[in-house]
Write a protein that binds this ligand. Structure first.
Ligand code: ADP
Ligand code: MG
Length: 246
């Protein structure tokens, strides 16, 4: 158990990276990364472009293999497992750019990923996802290729929720979207948090992420450079400027 920002709350570790180093044949990217997400916790992962945020998420999902270190999820070692097994254990990814099936309707996109929840929890249904995203609901029978970037991101989040993940991982879900669409996505993430979902969120909007997250990690050249309370980071203009370019 460890303490987080919510003062009266402790979190059971759900995901843990211990001294994980990883990269690509041509580039070593992550160096001895330690990172924990607790059950019901929202963790923000920050860093300028190219610092290794997406690589961290890809390593968690099993799409990049760690060279060293270990990754556990729900007390099981998961590093080395194929990506589909990691997904089935309950990690749902909303990848950069959303990536929906453009030649299917919204409803088909959502049904395609549906999986029952593990451990007798109440699961997400089509109606529950539509309630969360009324804009997407209005267009349930339209093809996803007609959707704007923001609507595709919402649909991508819906698709991930339909897998009933125990941890939802989002890579730059608000990137490049109009402010009102971003606000809608932050509203949904706040709603998921209030329902007790565990989230690992990569996003450049430090202020919005700061109001949502219990803890922040900042990556600098593939190492965890800073971790702690969002309030402390947001009150530190020097670190924000030097390490996040804000
Ligand atoms: N498929 C790949 N092959 C080789 N190098 C990569 C690949 N993907 C990313 N990189 C490199 O890894 C580093 C970290 O990238 P990435 O994890 O995408 O950073 P971020 O998400 O923080 O912007 C960058 O230097 C990038 O060029
Ligand atoms: Mg990235």
């Amino acid at each position: 158990m460890f303490k987080s920002r919510r003062p009266d709350q402790t979190f059971e570790p759900l995901l843990g990276l211990r001294s994980v180093s990883a990269g690509y044949p041509t580039a070593r990217v992550l160096h001895e990364v330690d990172l924990v997400v607790g059950t019901g916790e929202v963790v923000g992962l920050l860093g300028r472009n190219g610092m290794g945020k997406t690589t961290t998420l890809m390593t968690i999902m099993g799409r990049v293999r760690p060279r060293a270190g270990c990754i556990f999820f729900d007390r099981q070692l998961v590093d080395g497992l194929p990506p589909f097994r990691i997904a089935r254990l309950g990690i749902g990814l909303v990848p950069e750019g959303g990536q929906v099936l453009r030649n299917l309707t919204v409803r088909e996109n959502l049904v395609a990923t549906a999986r029952p929840p593990i451990g007798g929890r109440t699961g997400w249904t089509l109606d529950a996802v539509f309630d969360l995203f009324p804009r997407v609901c209005e267009r349930a029978d339209r093809f996803a290729d007609r959707f704007s970037g923001g609507e595709q991101q919402m649909l991508a989040i819906g698709r991930a929720l339909m897998t009933n993940p125990r941890l939802l991982v989002l890579d730059e879900a608000t990137e490049g979207l109009a402010p009102f669409v971003r606000r809608d996505i932050w509203r949904v993430l706040a709603e998921l948090k209030s329902r007790g979902h565990s989230l690992l969120v990569v996003d450049k909007n430090v202020a919005s992420l700061g109001s949502l997250a219990d803890r922040f990690y900042v990556l600098e050249k593939g190492r965890v450079f800073w971790q702690g309370s969002p309030a402390i980071l947001l009150a530190d203009p020097v670190t924000l400027h030097r390490h996040l370019g804000i």
